[in-house]
Design a protein. Sequence first.
Length: 275
Amino acid sequence: MKNKYYHFSYFKSVSAAAEKCLLVSDAMAYTADSEFLIDRKVFKNNLVMYVLEGLLWVEQYGEKHALEPGQGVLMRLTDAHKYYTDPENTAHILWFHFRGAGMEQLLEQLYQERKLPFIFQDDGLEDDFYKAFAIVQEDTDKKESELAGHLYGMLMRILSTYSFQEGHMDNMPVEIQEIIRYMESRLCDHLDLDAISRQAGMGKYHFCRFFKKHCGIAPIEYYNSRRMELACCLLKDPQKKIEEISEQLGYLDISSFSKYFKNYFGISPSAYRRL
């Protein structure tokens, strides 16, 4: 696969519908260039890079990082950044741009916790990039939705070592910590905003403003995103039928679950399971 995609590159504008609803990528490539250097103040995108060979240098927020084979980095490019190959040891990197589908809120949380750029180690991620390369070469109407599901899975794999609650919760008001614990304990109950705000002891309008101020996202968006993350985890178990997962998550029927899942990820539960 490495030889097949050596120096592969893909640059293409995404459709307006995908830009509005999906996790999207307008560029990805296998880059191996002895003069590779990117130095920008701002770029309206986010980036994942993964090192296959050589040495890659990344500079952002006043820090400098050296990435070796098997290591990668997730970056927010709307802040000043610089990355480049080592002049004596040319880096071979796989990379893709991404944006949308709530990623900005996630990156803001990482930034607030001083976790950006997010450096990770994963010796088995190479094939996932090649799968993404194969998807963008397809000539089908479902290419953008299939790519959205695949890239979301890659990002969750990259962030598997990150705790979304640790550290972040400690800096929040007690009321927020308590309501998040409540939502986390009721992911299978299909709560609505009335039930959540009632548990918080606040009116809906005041509660939504209070929650979004501290979490950067509306409470029902947070709750539904956590339910979808749980759905993805359950779908990884081949022994569980989709009907069982739908029932476990409190949906009236599999049709309702599949519709919501596809609206959220741009791909059906059965298609996600096949990725």
